[in-house]
Every structure is written in C-alpha cells, then in structure tokens.
Design a protein around this ligand. Structure first.
Ligand SMILES: CC[C@H](O)CC(=O)C(=O)O
Ligand SMILES: [Mn+2]
Length: 333
C-alpha cells in the first residue's frame, strides 16, 4: 500500500449528472478556485457523459463545456484540469480543443470489454502531450481475467494510468481487491479506482483499492455524481490522513468549500434512495433508470424488476431498446 495518493476531483464532471448538466461559468470558476486553493491535484471538467455529451440523448448542458474548461483553467495555477472522453460521444477534435484551452489530462472511457476503441484517443492524447488515462467503465461486468486483458490493451496504447471504474456502484470490497490485485500484478502503469456509492460501500471500496496498491483515486465533494454519487472527497482526505496516507490536500479548505460553495448549489443532497440502491443492486448504469421508470408505467410492472432483469441479462448502454422487451416480458408473466 502506498503512503501517497493522488486525487482527481470529479464533481464538475460526474457531478454534472446530479445537476442535469446545468453548471454555470461562475459556479465552475468558484469551485475550481477553491479546489485549487485546497491543493487538489486534478479536477475533471466536462459534460457528465464526457466531451461532446451535450445532446438531447444525454442531456443538454446549460453552458458549452469548452467555456467551462476555459474558466477552470483560468483560475487554477496548481490543479491540473482533466477531461473525460468516451470514444463515439466525444471526438479527437473535442480533445484537441480541450488541450488548446489548457486541459492537461485526457481520461478515455470505454465499457470494460471495449478497450480497443480507446486506441486512437489514447494515442492522440499522448501525441498532444497530455497525460492519458484508460477508464474501464462497468468493471463489475467482466471477469477479472477480461478486465486485466482490457487494461493491458490500454497500457499498450500508451495510457499512463488505468482505472477500475465501478460505474453502477455494484462492486463489493472483496471484488475491488481481486481486480486491483490482478491489475497490480500485471500492469506496469499506475492503477486508479473510481467508486459509486449505490450500495453505500464507495469509501470501503476505495480503501480496499488503496490497500491493494491503487494510487490514483477519484472523489467528489459532497459525493456529487451519478446514481448515489461518488466517494466523498473531503471525507476521504480525512480518512486517509488518519491512516497516515498523504494526499497533499488542505482538509479544512476542502471542508469549507464543500460546505460553503458546493452544498448551496445542490437542488437536494446526494442520497441513496430506492432508485440508486436498485441500480447498485442490479448492477446497471444509471442512465437506464429513466427508461425503466417509463417502461414500468407503460406495462404496469415494478421498475426494480426491470432493472434487476437488465442486470441479469448484462444489458449495456446502447441496448436501451431491450428495456421495453424486458418490461413487456415481465408484464406477460
Ligand atoms: C457516462 C460516463 C460515466 O458517467 C463515466 C463514469 O464516471 C462512470 O462510468 O462511473
Ligand atoms: Mn462515475
């Protein structure tokens, strides 16, 4: 276990899901300024679904993310600005524009079995002089051997760091341990972990990842993120400090900004409710929720049964049409 952890704050990207992508330039400026003062090493700024995500399908941003990135860069002289890119949603042109505006890290995200689509984007990030991260989403959906294979691909493409991403908040601590341990034994590059709190184990999972050698960790102030949100950064900094693990972050400043700057902009506190708990329990991505709720109404079935069946059938993003099939099937039973 390392005694130094490098944190990436994701409230301005994953947290964008929680406020329906409505960040303003002023909010981004004050959040980044205060995270920078608290010495957070990396701050991710993008639409919740990454560069290019603003659309009717994923939710329209209030402000063009490039303006938000520009604002973030303009007030950070310590923190580096990172962007998320999902190949197919974001493009190489988006990445180049973000780099021109001052983004220093590209986090290239794919479904856990589709690392091969990250090649061009990771290679471009490196050519542009950015740090490149491979971000393996829905990591609970693949056996450990597959995860290792896919991570190895990202490493071979030039990723400096590969992340295990528990998108649905479905992993339990022993499962996180297995995954991080296997990656640690196989990869040369740093390993990261990104947790979600749908089963209330984001903090436990994060500590399990650190115990097995993950050194790059994501957190979100006030947990702001998709589903039940992410590992809470200010709590994580306090916990790691008690464990003798250094993050270099000023805890009081981080607590103050969470309380005084982030909390007031939240429509409601991030919580584990029936919906987010079901997402974690079923192991499905949070974007299915809205569709499942609609289908539940249409076919008079319980949306939890739909989500659990989708998880059982290992339905992934892009297969949303299956939600209707599953709901119709349940109604006919
Ligand atoms: C749709 C992108 C997604 O929110 C990335 C992420 O943070 C995750 O999979 O957890
Ligand atoms: Mn996430």
């Amino acid at each position: 276990m390392s005694n130094e952890i490098i944190l990436t704050e994701v409230a301005l990207r994953d947290g964008s899901h929680a406020i329906s992508h409505q960040y303003t330039v002023e909010q981004v400026r004050s959040i980044v300024q205060s995270l920078n003062d608290a010495m957070i090493p990396y701050i991710e700024v993008s639409h919740g679904d990454g560069l290019g995500g603003s659309s009717l399908q994923y939710g329209l941003s209030k402000v063009d993310e490039m303006k938000l990135i520009e604002a973030a860069v303009s007030v950070s002289n310590f923190s580096k600005i990172a962007v998320l890119l999902i190949p197919g949603i974001g493009t190489i042109e988006d990445l180049k524009e973000a780099k021109k505006l001052g983004a220093k890290m590209a986090r290239v995200a794919t479904h856990v079995t589709e690392a091969d689509i990250s090649k061009q984007h990771i290679e471009t990030a490196k050519e542009l002089g950015m740090e490149a991260v491979g971000f393996l989403m829905m990591s609970h959906m693949a056996p450990v051997e597959t995860l290792v294979e896919q991570a190895k691909l990202m490493e071979n493409y030039g990723a400096d760091i590969v992340y295990v991403v528990d998108s649905a908040g479905a992993l339990l601590p022993h499962e996180v341990k297995e995954r991080i341990r296997a990656l640690r034994q196989t990869l040369e590059v740093d390993i990261g972990f990104h947790g979600h709190n749908n089963l209330s184990v984001a903090m436990g999972n994060t500590l399990a990842a650190i115990e097995e050698g993950a050194t790059r960790i994501d957190g979100s102030v006030r947990c702001l993120g998709a589903g039940a949100g992410n590992t809470q950064t200010e709590v994580l900094v306090a916990v790691l400090d008690k464990m003798g693990i250094s993050t270099g972050v000023d805890l009081y400043k981080l607590m103050d900004m969470a309380e005084e700057i982030v909390a007031p902009i939240l429509p409601k506190p991030q919580e584990i409710n029936r919906d987010s708990l079901t997402l974690g329990y079923a192991g499905v991505y949070s974007s299915f929720l809205l569709h499942a709720n609609r289908a539940a109404k249409r076919f008079s079935v319980d949306s939890r049964d739909i989500l659990i069946e989708l998880g059982r059938q290992k339905i992934v993003g892009g297969q949303e049409d299956m939600i209707i099939d599953v709901a119709a099937g349940l109604a006919n039973k």
